[in-house]
Design a protein around this ligand. Structure first.
Ligand SMILES: *Cc1c(COP(=O)(O)O)cnc(C)c1O
Length: 390
């Protein structure tokens, strides 16, 4: 193998995909409840996005940001129309979107410190790795950037006790994805908002995983009625076309002027065609209403069928971002599920994460729940504690 072993890969080679279904190189079919980790929000190869990219392929693939790119403006409007935000910077990934947010917050406030949270995940560049509150992400890389401070997630008191003249921003996920599918409580998120106002710091919401309709709203912060200064997006933004965005409020615009930030690829016409077609489908009241209804249905089915099992601790999440916390080995459950034709990924240490395409059908949801139930029924609990509490 000539690839750096940055991933411990599952023994699976997917060759094709259509909607929620993928097919491996042996011809086996799977229900994809991973969606490339919240990327393929319209399923695999959604026709309207495929057509938009194909049309753009025939016109122009790439042009420098030194020239006008009208599709960038159209894509930006789709993002600002559904948020409290005004300006967009397009880049190529979630880490780059967060990197831009960190740079902008420091330049705009003239301050350096950024508050993030334990078990957060913000990316793999040096600044976003430093922002990430997980030792395993930072291990071996020496001294992290010293300007990040990590508070415990969902600890409202710790936020209330936060002081300092040097704080540029508070950066938070509304639901921690990689960190174990942990939802921020309303009180905690409100405290982050209040504290950012009190300190004259920006509130940055990392919606790389939770954004683009995943939770049943365009962005998850909208359930909590926050008023962030910056929101970052990436994963679901281009239906699989690599693209990220940093979206910010109008007063920040003057701090990012020509020469202060940039990107060669970010916002190129092919990416923008993918974004525009993706957002036109997802940022639609009826579509998002269905995401909410399907999410509620999936969660209720999981609670009814799985919670009685000894291995299952909790079912939680919002919209179609669902976690099943278990008292058993998650990697072996994930493997068993794959054998039953269901793809899922872990989150944190003991959570099975379900991220189906947002246009998954009710039949597919029911099939997935049946497969989960049959695997978890066979799974032995890691210890006997739960036997005693039942
Ligand atoms: C995936 C993720 C990132 C990093 O995005 P990349 O595109 O892999 O750089 C950042 N923040 C959150 C919340 C994520 O889930």
């Amino acid at each position: 193998m000539n690839l750096f072993p940055t991933y411990k890969r599952f023994p699976l080679t997917v060759e094709s995909g259509n909607g929620t279904t993928v097919v491996d190189n042996q011809g086996n079919e799977y229900l994809d409840f991973v969606s490339g980790i919240a990327v393929c929000n319209l399923g695999h190869r959604p026709p309207t996005v495929q057509q938009a990219i194909a049309e753009q392929l025939d016109k122009l693939w790439h042009v420098s940001n030194l020239y006008h790119i009208p599709l960038q403006q159209e894509a930006a409007e789709l993002l600002t129309n559904v948020t409290n935000l005004d300006y967009v910077f397009f880049c190529n990934s979630g880490a780059e979107a967060n990197e831009a947010a960190i740079k902008l917050a420091r330049k705009h406030t003239g301050k350096e410190k950024i508050i993030t949270f334990k078990n957060s995940f913000h990316g793999r560049t040096f600044a976003t790795m430093s922002a990430t509150g997980q030792g395993k992400v930072q291990e071996g890389y020496g001294t992290m950037l010293p300007t990040f401070e990590y508070l415990p997630y969902n600890d409202t008191k710790a936020l209330e006790n936060l002081h300092g003249e040097d704080i540029a921003a508070i950066m938070v996920e509304v639901i921690q994805g990689e960190g174990g599918l942990v939802e921020g409580s309303a009180a905690f998120l409100e405290a982050a908002q209040e504290k950012s106002w009190e300190l004259g710091a920006l509130l940055i919401v990392d919606e790389v995983q939770t954004g683009i309709g995943r939770t049943g709203a365009p962005f998850a912060y909208q359930h909590a009625e926050l008023d962030p200064d910056i929101v970052t997006a990436a994963k679901g933004l281009g239906s699989g076309f690599p693209v990220g965005a940093m979206i910010g409020k109008e007063p920040l615009a003057d701090s990012f002027n020509p020469g202060s930030h940039g990107t060669t690829f970010g916002g190129n016409p092919l990416a923008m065609a993918a974004v525009k077609a993706t957002l036109e489908a997802i940022f639609n009241y009826h579509f998002l209403q269905e995401v909410k209804e399907k999410g509620a249905f999936l969660q209720k089915e999981l609670q009814t069928r799985l919670l009685p099992l000894l291995t299952v601790q909790e079912v939680r999440g919002q919209g179609l971002m669902i976690g099943v916390e278990v008292k058993a080995s998650v990697p072996s459950i994930i493997e068993e599920l794959r054998g039953q034709g269901l793809l899922a990924v872990p989150a944190g240490v003991n959570v099975i994460r379900l991220l189906p395409p947002l246009n998954v059908s009710y039949d597919e949801i029911q099939t997935a729940v049946q497969r989960l139930e049959s695997v978890l029924k066979q799974t032995k609990a890691a210890d006997e504690d739960k036997l005693n509490t039942h």
